[in-house]
Design a protein around this ligand. Structure first.
Ligand code: CP
Length: 305
């Protein structure tokens, strides 16, 4: 593994090894406190982020390394017209590893072609977000105890939600996983995902528009926000933004052991009254992101024990 561009580039055994390492780090953090001493992580974020950037930085600091970087295109020389290729050539002399988020699809891949250090894809437009997928897999494995035999509800913006696309592609590789896709007509999953991933792999799935009807049958509910920044017009966003709101009343319809995940940020789609329900694990999921990114940094730098 030289760069991480797509969670699907990893075999299920490689993902299993990352999950095992992340769980070990979680249980024995002191054993890893100096693993990356004198190593530097550059975070090159051309698009806003709270969790991904800061969890990468926390991950490197927890490993005893150091961090540098920029958090917006405006505060880098991209504002003067510098290309991603030139930027990563330069960053390769400043850091040992780089995490990159960019609004243009494919930009982190372009960076990986010109880089002399490992590049970790940290999100590109509506396309892909592999470290979120790995975090989601760690969360499911750690809290549910398995990645197979699950009925997974995915609710909200299934058209633009890159985390939804990556998680579906990641989960179809485990046995007996079924999907219940809950969205308004306009925000259904893209055709390529339906045909090339679900139908081609003979995965059981259904597409519905009423959350309450399907809650009793779910092992996991993955909520997503409607992605305002991907809409072409504000009217459509306003019409669709509150299509689904998970509240305490709806949670009464769900099984006692159903987990609620959300990649965050949340807008309105989960009422804050749900936050104290023990089944709501989205803040824990964000915390797991640090452990998964620690495992990933160590693995890409060849420092895993
Ligand atoms: N989940 C996620 O990618 O959050 P940020 O956009 O805050 O990084």
């Amino acid at each position: 593994m030289k760069h991480l561009m797509n969670a699907l580039d990893l075999s299920t055994d490689e993902i299993g090894a990352l999950i095992d390492l992340a769980e070990n780090i979680m249980q024995n953090p002191d054993d890893y406190a100096e693993v990356c001493k004198r190593k530097k992580l550059a975070t090159c974020f051309y698009e806003p982020s709270t969790r991904t950037r800061l969890s990468f930085e926390a991950a490197m600091l927890n490993l005893g390394g150091q961090v540098l970087g920029f958090s917006s295109a405006d505060s880098s020389s991209a504002a003067k017209g510098e290309s991603v290729a030139d930027t990563i050539r330069v960053i390769s002399s400043y850091a040992d590893i780089c995490a990159m988020r960019h609004p243009k699809e494919g930009a982190p891949f372009v960076a990986s072609m010109y880089s002399r250090i490992p590049v970790i894809h940290a999100g590109d437009g509506g396309h892909n977000h592999p470290t979120q997928t790995l975090t989601d897999l760690l969360t499911i494995k750690s809290l549910k105890g398995r990645l197979d035999n699950l009925t997974i509800g995915m609710c909200g913006d299934l058209k633009f939600g890159r985390t939804v696309h990556s998680l579906i592609q990641g989960m179809v590789r485990y046995p007996n996983v079924k999907f219940v896709l809950i969205s308004p007509e306009e925000l259904k999953i893209p055709d390529y995902l339906r045909k090339d991933t679900l139908i081609a792999n003979r995965i059981e799935f259904k597409e519905v528009s009423v959350l309450e009807d399907v809650l009793p049958e779910l092992d996991l509910l993955y909520m997503t926000r409607v992605q305002r920044e991907r809409f072409f017009n504000e009217e459509d966003y306003i019409r669709l933004k509150d299509s689904f709101i998970l509240d305490a009343k709806k949670m009464k319809l769900a099984p006692a052991d159903m987990l609620v995940l959300h990649p965050l940020p949340r807008v309105n789609e989960i009422a804050t009254e749900v936050d104290n329900d023990p089944r709501a694990v989205y803040f824990k999921q964000a915390q797991f992101g640090v452990y998964m990114r620690m495992a990933l940094i160590m693995t890409l730098l060849g420092l895993n024990k």
